[in-house]
Ligand binder design. Structure first.
Ligand code: UD1
Length: 315
């Protein structure tokens, strides 16, 4: 990043992606405040940096706490959210309170505390089932879950704060993020975290459908770099950027790669497709490259190997 050494607030900094971002900010010798209510994040994710950050256990909707955390920061990286799509389907109102009103509180705190820029975590879920590939930012959104609607609403609020109040914002639409610390414990966890656990336990994985569906899997450290680049590129204010790799792989091929890394010869168990499953997803990352100089650096084989190493350490 161009301007080194600043204070940043990371909401959701104890989560899977947030904790990697906090580590990178600390490694660059920036001062970091984390606010996290630990609803899905874990303090242990911050074990490597806990003595070098200010940690606030609290909810982004606690206005005074949030403002206190934001004061004096140059950037806010906003990652706090109900991140489970299924949880938002079960509880559209409760999740909107966090994902929509919580984000509005973050933007409002940024306005009051004169934060230079807010980098918001959005999702490729906003594209929904649009069959056109690769996904480009200007395609009309087709949200198919409360989660996707909530992320889209946040993008609109971010644009409004950028244009109306002069709080610079950049929204990053993550594709399928994977890496160490991703929790495999729910059937709706990221497929890579589930496949890793199955391989480590020497149990066959379940593949929903014919396994020919494809995804663009992006390693967590590339997502972290995208956040840092989005903070540092002056002309990116107001942008919405896809953050993936521009390449996709089928779920069957993915399992073959994981099985190869783990040295297991297990055959997947094929089950009926999941309802609402999207067939193909791949990002066009041209705009992110032009706007902030983003290019993914970790190829799938290396990212999977690193994730598997971590997975074995958890056994
Ligand atoms: C993502 C969300 C998901 C949401 C969906 C729609 C993540 C991790 N998941 O799903 O919660 O409903 O967008 O917006 O962001 N699969 C298997 N076996 C498994 C697990 C998954 O075959 O054990 C398949 C799935 O059916 C899917 C693919 O793997 O086809 C990827 O699944 P997943 O990691 O959940 O990501 P998305 O489908 O992109």
């Amino acid at each position: 990043m161009a301007e080194k050494r600043f204070r940043a607030l990371v909401t959701g900094g104890a989560g899977f992606i947030g904790a990697h971002l906090v580590e990178a900010l600390v490694a660059d010798r920036n001062q970091v405040t984390v606010i996290d209510n630990l609803s899905s994040g874990k303090l242990s994710n911050l074990d490597n940096v806990k003595d070098r950050i200010d940690f606030i256990r609290g909810d982004i909707r606690e206005r005074e706490l949030l403002e206190k955390a934001a004061r004096g920061c140059r950037y806010i990286f906003h990652l706090a959210a109900v991140v489970s799509v299924t949880a938002t389907v079960t509880d559209p109102v409760g999740s909107a309170r966090v994902n929509e009103l919580g984000t509005l509180e973050v933007l409002e705190a940024a306005r009051k505390c004169e934060i230079r820029r807010v980098i918001l975590s959005s999702s490729s879920a906003v594209y929904g089932d649009d069959p056109r590939l690769p996904k480009q930012e200007q395609m009309p959104p087709r949200p198919k879950s409360p989660y996707a609607v909530q992320k889209l609403v946040n993008e609109h609020y971010a644009a409004l704060y950028n244009d109306l109040y002069g709080v610079e914002t950049v929204c990053l639409r993550y594709f399928n993020v994977y890496g160490p610390r991703q929790d495999p414990s729910s059937p709706y966890s990221g497929v890579i975290s589930i496949f890793m656990k199955q391989a480590a336990d020497k149990k066959p994985p379940v593949i929903y459908g014919d396994g020919g569906q494809t995804r663009d899997f992006v390693f967590v450290t590339d997502v972290v770099r995208a956040n840092l680049l989005a903070a540092g590129a002056p002309s990116a204010a107001g942008d919405i950027l896809n953050i993936g790799t521009g390449k996709s792989i089928s779920i069957t091929e993915l399992w073959n790669l994981v099985a190869g890394i783990a040295g297991v010869g297990l055959k997947p168990e094929y089950q009926p497709p999941r309802s609402g499953d999207i067939r193909h997803s791949v990002a066009d990352i041209g705009r992110a490259a032009r706007s902030v100089g983003y290019r993914p650096e970790v190829d799938l084989a290396s990212g999977l190997a690193e994730t598997y190493k971590w997975c074995l350490q958890q056994q």
